[in-house]
Ligand binder design. Structure first.
Ligand SMILES: Nc1nc2c(c(=O)[nH]1)N[C@H]1C(S)=C(S)[C@@H](COP(=O)(O)O)O[C@H]1N2
Ligand SMILES: [Mo]
Length: 170
């Protein structure tokens, strides 16, 4: 039997989502889920972000995005931390992958209201156009550059990095 991959139906190393525009929320969570842009629109309060970011190749970009808060979407999958413990929450990372394999990391603390409180969104809409077919795009209004504005999101992983100890301590 094949080993279980991420709940998007793709293989662990592949990038193809089961449905166009759908993405997996998985990792150290109680309930891995697959969400469409329509699910994002229906399930959480909508936020708006008018952003400017710099692209190393294309220069400054301006867009208006709409979508729910990433922290609310990921919290619904039940990350494996005690929600009442700030130190525990501060030890989690997120990895967001796009259809082309581009991926970026965030820390949970960046988006947690008790820490960085960054209003990061998985967007449902960009500049007045729905993203259902293209898939959601990560919006990081606090970033000065565009590298983490991952488009065509296929997966959002949340988990604890496996930290070892340096050889000097063994
Ligand atoms: N999937 C994916 N998303 C991506 C990239 C990429 O290569 N692949 N490039 C990023 C970079 S470097 C920038 S500047 C912005 C560009 O966004 P725009 O084309 O909407 O202006 O997308 C970001 N999102
Ligand atoms: Mo860029």
């Amino acid at each position: 039997m094949a080993r279980p991959g991420p709940p998007d139906g793709g293989s662990a190393s592949g990038t193809a989502p089961a449905r166009p525009g759908a993405f997996a929320v998985w990792g150290d969570v109680a309930t891995p889920t697959t969400l469409t842009v329509a699910d994002l629109r229906a399930g959480w309060d909508r936020h708006r972000a008018a952003v400017v970011f710099d692209c190393a190749t294309a220069g400054p970009q301006r867009h208006v995005f709409e979508g729910p808060l990433l922290r609310e979407v990921v919290a619904a999958a039940g990350p494996a931390f005690d929600p009442a413990r700030r130190k525990e929450r501060s030890r989690f990372l997120l990895a967001v992958h796009g259809t082309d394999g581009h991926h970026a990391l965030l820390s949970w603390a960046e988006i947690d209201a008790d820490f960085g409180d960054a209003p990061v969104l998985p967007a449902t809409r960009m500049d007045g156009a729905d993203l259902d077919a293209a898939g959601t795009q990560l919006v990081v209004p606090s970033d000065r550059c565009g590298a983490r504005y991952v488009s065509g999101v296929t997966r959002v992983w949340i988990g604890r990095p496996r930290l070892g100890v340096p050889p000097s301590e063994v």
